[in-house]
Design a protein around this ligand. Structure first.
Ligand code: SF4
Length: 495
C-alpha cells in the first residue's frame, strides 16, 4: 500500500506501477496462425517486403503508412517526452489494432492471439533501445495487454531466435536473403522514380509506371521468377514515361534521422512530395545505406575487439578470420545484387554508398566510437555533397525530441558548414505539428537552391539544337560539345 498526497490530503489509494512483462510466446508451430505485422520503411519497401515474405509461406503484413492520426494516438497512449518517430510508429500500431477491434469487430483476444508486431531495436544513445517498452505500455493502455512484440536486435544479425531452438523467429538464411532483396529492389526503384518524376511530361505518368513495376516485382516473388529479369521489365515500364530533361530543377538531398528521412507521409510532412511540388528533384536516402552501415559497424567492432586482445594470440584466432570473411561475403553479396538490379533497371548514375570512404570523410569531425542512429553518415553526406557537387540543397530532418539528431544537425553540422561555406544546408525539425513553419523554412532554402540551378544551367548557353536523350538521368548540368557542332548535350556526370 502506498501513500499518495493530493491537494495536501493523504490517501491510501493503491499505486499499480507499470511493469514491462515481455510476452513473446511465438514458437515455430505458431507461424501458421500468426500474422507478423511490420512497417516503418519506405512505401515501396513495405509493399515489396510484404510480397516477398508472403511468397515464402510466412504470414507478413505491412501496416498502413503512419499518418497524423497515428501520431495523435501515440501521444495519447505513449509516455511523455518521446521522440517524434516513436509517437508515429507506436500510435500507428495502436491505430491499426483499434481499427480491427472497433471497426472490423474482431474480438480483442483473437487480435492478440493471431497477431504479433516486429520492430527494430538496438543499443544506442537514444530511445531506440526503449521502443519495445513504449509499444507494450501504449498497447496495454489501449486495451491490448500482452500483445506480442518482437524486437529485432540490430547487433544480432540473422541470429534472432531464442536459445531453446523453438522460436518462431528462428528463420532460415533464405528468409533474410529474401528480405534484403526486397529492400534493395524497393530502394533502386524508388531512386529511379524520384529521378524521373520531376521531369515527366504527363503529370502522374511516373506513378502509373511504378504501380506497374510493383505488380511485376510482386509477381516475380510470388511465382519465384528471376528478379533481374523482373527489373528489366520494370525498366521497359519506366521508359514509357516521357521526360523533358530541360526543366531546370534544383537537386535536394533529404537525410537526417533514419525514419524521419525515409518516411513518405505525415511523419515528415510529406517532405519528398512537397519538394517535387515546389519544383525540385528530391534525392531520398536509401534503406541500403543503413544496412551497409550495420555491416560496416560489425566489421569495425570486430577489428577493434581483436586489436584489444593479446597480440600473440591473434595469428591463431581463426574465429576472427571466419567472422571477417562472413562480413566481407555479406558486403560483396549485397553490392553485387545492387549492381545487377541497377543495371537491369537502367539506373546508371547511382553510386553505391562506400562506407569505408564515408567513415574516412567524417572521422575528423565525428567520434567514430559513437554509434546508434545514423552514426557518422549525416556528416559524411554533407561533406560529400559539397566535394562531389551532388546537390543544390541538403536537408536534414530532425525529429522533435531526438538527442542524437540534434547534436549532429545543430552541433557538428554547424562546424561543417563553417568549413564548407558553399554548402546550402538546412536542418529542420519535425514535431508532428507546425507544418507551416517547416514548409516556410524549406521554401526559403529552396529559393537559393533554385537560383544556383538556374545559374548553372544558363552557363551552358544551349540553343534549340540541344539534344537530350529521354533515358539520360541528368545529374548536374554539364555541357558537352557534340560531333555535329556547338549543340550542348545534358550529360550525367556520374555515368
Ligand atoms: S535517433 Fe532520435 S528519433 Fe530516432 S529513435 Fe533515437 S531518439 Fe528517436
Amino acid at each position: 500500500m502506498n501513500m499518495m498526497i493530493n491537494d495536501n490530503k493523504v490517501s491510501n489509494e493503491k499505486i499499480i506501477h507499470w511493469r514491462d512483462n515481455a510476452n513473446l510466446g511465438f514458437s515455430k508451430k505458431d507461424r501458421d496462425t500468426t500474422t507478423i505485422l511490420f512497417g516503418g520503411a519506405s512505401l515501396l519497401a513495405d509493399e515489396l517486403v510484404d510480397a516477398a515474405v508472403n511468397s515464402l509461406g510466412i504470414k507478413f503484413k505491412a501496416l498502413p503508412n503512419p499518418d497524423f492520426e497515428s501520431f495523435q494516438m501515440g501521444k495519447e497512449y505513449g509516455n511523455r517526452g518521446q521522440c517524434n518517430p516513436t509517437y508515429f510508429n507506436v500510435g500507428n500500431l495502436v491505430k491499426y489494432l483499434t481499427k480491427l477491434r472497433d471497426e472490423d469487430g474482431i474480438p480483442t483476444d483473437e487480435i492478440i492471439k493471431n497477431n504479433l508486431f516486429v520492430t527494430a531495436g538496438g543499443c544506442g544513445p537514444c530511445r531506440f533501445g526503449m521502443y519495445i517498452t513504449e509499444y507494450r505500455k501504449a498497447l496495454n493502455d489501449a486495451g491490448f495487454p500482452n500483445f506480442r512484440i518482437k524486437n529485432v536486435d540490430q547487433s544480432s544479425g540473422i541470429y534472432q531466435g531464442a536459445a531453446n531452438g523453438d522460436d518462431g523467429f528462428d528463420f532460415t538464411p533464405k528468409f533474410y536473403i529474401t528480405l534484403v532483396k526486397a529492400f534493395v529492389l524497393a530502394d533502386i526503384l524508388n531512386i529511379q522514380a524520384y529521378k524521373i518524376r520531376p521531369y515527366e511530361v504527363e503529370k502522374g505518368s511516373t506513378d502509373i509506371a511504378i504501380v506497374e513495376c510493383k505488380a511485376i516485382l510482386k509477381d516475380a516473388f510470388d511465382n519465384k521468377k528471376n528478379l533481374v529479369l523482373a527489373m528489366y521489365r520494370c525498366r521497359k515500364a519506366l521508359e514509357k514515361v516521357k521526360l523533358d530533361r530541360l526543366k531546370v530543377k534544383p537537386k535536394v538531398i533529404v537525410m537526417g534521422e533514419f525514419w524521419a528521412a525515409i518516411t513518405e507521409g505525415d511523419g515528415n510532412y510529406n517532405l519528398h512530395r512537397f519538394l517535387e511540388q515546389e519544383g525540385a528533384e528530391c534525392i531520398p536516402q536509401p534503406l541500403i545505406s543503413r544496412l551497409m552501415l550495420s555491416i560496416w559497424e560489425a566489421e569495425n567492432e570486430l577489428t577493434k575487439r581483436v586489436n584489444l586482445e593479446d597480440s600473440s594470440k591473434k595469428s591463431l584466432d581463426f574465429s576472427f578470420l571466419k567472422k571477417k570473411l562472413t562480413i566481407r561475403s555479406a558486403k560483396w553479396a549485397m553490392k553485387s545484387h545492387i549492381r545487377s538490379y541497377m543495371a537491369a533497371l537502367g539506373l546508371k548514375d547511382y553510386e553505391i554508398p562506400n562506407m569505408e570512404a564515408m567513415a574516412k570523410t567524417a572521422q575528423q569531425y565525428f567520434p567514430m566510437d559513437s554509434n546508434g542512429g545514423e552514426a557518422h553518415l549525416e556528416v559524411a553526406h554533407l561533406i560529400e555533397s559539397v566535394e562531389k557537387n551532388q546537390a543544390h540543397l541538403v536537408i536534414s530532418v530532425k525529429p522533435f525530441g531526438c538527442m542524437p539528431s540534434s547534436s549532429t544537425s545543430d552541433g557538428i553540422q554547424s562546424l561543417i558548414v563553417s568549413k564548407f561555406p558553399q554548402a546550402n544546408f538546412l536542418s529542420v525539425e519535425t514535431s508532428g505539428e507546425g507544418a507551416v513553419n517547416f514548409y516556410s523554412r524549406v521554401q526559403m532554402a529552396l529559393f537559393k537552391a533554385k537560383q544556383s540551378a538556374k545559374d548553372e544551367f544558363e552557363a551552358l548557353n544551349y540553343d534549340e539544337n540541344t539534344v537530350v536523350p529521354n533515358h539520360i538521368n541528368t545529374f548536374h548540368f554539364q555541357p558537352k560539345t557534340t560531333k555535329t557542332g556547338s549543340a550542348a548535350v545534358l550529360v550525367d556526370s556520374m555515368s
